[in-house]
Each structure stands twice: as C-alpha cells, then as structure tokens.
Design a protein around this ligand. Sequence first.
Ligand SMILES: N[C@@H](CCC(=O)N[C@@H](CS)C(=O)NCC(=O)O)C(=O)O
Length: 235
Amino acid sequence: MTETGLTVWGIGTPRTLRAHWMLAEFGLTYDCRPITSRSGETTTPAFLALNPKHKIPVLQHGDRVLTESAAITTYISEAFDAPAGFFVPTNAKSRATLNEWCFFIMTELDALSMYVIRKHQDLHEIYGAAPAAVEAAKDNFAELTGAVFDSSGNDREFLMPDGMSVADILLTTCIQSAQRRQISLPDYLIDYNDRMSQRPAFRQALTINNPERAGPDQKFSPRPPRASSPNNDRR
Ligand SMILES: N[C@@H](CCC(=O)N[C@@H](CS)C(=O)NCC(=O)O)C(=O)O
C-alpha cells in the first residue's frame, strides 16, 4: 500500500478515468487494481464485498470504501490538499453552483444520455436494442449541451469561475464519449475538450486507464473531426 492509503479499482472506461485523472491532478500516489468491466472481475466475491453494485471505479482510502465516480472525485478534492488553480468550494453558494454542474452532468448527460447509448446500442446483445431510446439519448445530449454551451459568450476556461474543478473532469469525460459517437457538439465544447485533454494529468491518467490509446505512439487524438464535417454523419 502507498503512503496515501489509496487504491483505485478499475480501468478502461470514462468513469474509471475520472478517478485516475483526479488523483493525477492532485499528484497523489495510489495502488491500481486494473480490473475491467464485464470481464468477470467485477463479480468475484472479493470485489462484490467492496461494491455489491459490481461497478467500477471503486476507491479505497484506508478502511473507507467509496463507489460512484462523482462521489470519488469529490471526496478526493475535499480529503486532500488541492493543487494551485484547482477549485474546491468553501461556502454554500459556490458549493451549490458546483453541485448544480455536477448533478446536471451526471444525470442529464452521463446517465440519461451516455449510459442509455452504451447499454442499448454498444451492448445491445446484453441489454436489448432500443434504437428509438438511443436516438433520443443522442438528441438529448446535443440539445442540452447546445442550450447550455451556446457558441456566443462562452469564453470561460473552466466551468467554475475560480478554476478547474471536479465538474470539468465529469464533463470532459462525457464529451469524449459523445465525440466517439459522432454527437453534434458546440464548438466551445470541442475546443474545451482539446484543452482539457492536453493537461499533463489527463495524459498521465490515460496511460493508466487506457494504455492502448496513450502509449508512445500517441494514438489518442484529442481532436476528432468536428461533428459538422461531411464525413461525420450524426447517427
Ligand atoms: N454511476 C457509476 C457507474 C459505474 C459504471 O457503470 N461502471 C461500469 C463501467 S463504465 C461497470 O463497472 N460495469 C460493470 C458491470 O456492470 O458489471 C459511476 O459513475 O461510477
């Protein structure tokens, strides 16, 4: 065990990436248990004892066990000293604004859009095909991000005015999932994702979470084609 007493279970998904990225931003050492979803590793008795929901990521901090990527990233932000430029709320008003972003991202974008697409398109042989629900989920993502991040007036570097926060980690990982599915996104979000993906902590986390995309050949491209390009039909 490292001196921080931290262990992360899980690699290979946008939700596990959140935990690795957060720990890299904070410069924290930790042990990694590189188990993957639907490999049988999330249903062993040992893992089920940690998380009966059989999901990754899981964070262990000493004898504390925490699940849910948003809860894990938020916990790290509050349990350890934040690096310069990383915003952690210290009063109810700024916490409310940060929560507003995080709950919007986790419910509307992650659960209602990305998870529906993942289950009922990518994994349709397990969860059942639901083309209408998948289309609605894609439309929901595009419509909401278009409404919130309209191209006019978006010149902020991060979601919170005081610096990078947990909300940026949650949003960036959702944007990247949307880009892989050719969902139309406002230019602001494409540029924002480019900036976030070039952060050293993000690149470091990617080498742990997705080694095949972050190896020496740098196969991971932070800038996929814009959704409006002719070769990038929205499905
Ligand atoms: N709301 C959870 C979702 C976690 C989740 O769905 N994890 C998936 C991989 S992305 C998983 O572990 N699936 C394995 C399984 O269902 O057995 C979070 O944000 O942490």
